[in-house]
Ligand binder design. Structure first.
Ligand code: SF4
Length: 121
């Protein structure tokens, strides 16, 4: 069973991207980058923000999340980097590289596929 962590932009998560709902719905529907999870037992166990610009604290935040989940024996097995980082963050390369270098698990760029094309059309 996979235990997923989504990492996103502090300035977007549950703020302009209300409720992080598109990531949640995308996972529930196994859409976008979540298509790979056909096993219905796979779970999201966390939504973690980058820690704010320029994402300097992301590695510490990953370590803290791991500590926080130790009592429940919950371990992240894959990390998804959300579109609020992959599509919009000026520091995305550094953030993603740090996550890849330090997490020890597979890092996947992308989550849900629900990106608007023509907002006012
Ligand atoms: S570093 Fe990038 S992902 Fe984090 S708050 Fe700033 S813009 Fe958002």
């Amino acid at each position: 069973m996979e235990k997923l962590l989504i990492v996103g932009c502090k300035k977007a998560m549950d703020d302009v991207c209300i409720g992080c709902s598109r990531c949640m719905v995308g996972f529930n529907k196994r859409a976008g980058e979540f298509e790979r999870y056909k096993n219905q037992e796979d779970q999201i166990i966390g939504l973690l923000n980058c820690g704010d610009c320029p994402g300097a604290t992301i590695v510490t935040r990953l370590a803290q999340m791991n500590l926080w989940n130790n009592p429940m024996q919950e371990k992240v097995t894959k990390i998804h980097v959300a579109p609020c980082i992959t599509d919009h963050c000026p520091y995305k390369e550094a953030i993603i590289n740090k996550i890849k270098a330090k997490s020890g698990v597979e890092v996947i760029e992308g989550t849900h596929p629900y990106k608007p094309d023509n907002i006012f059309a």
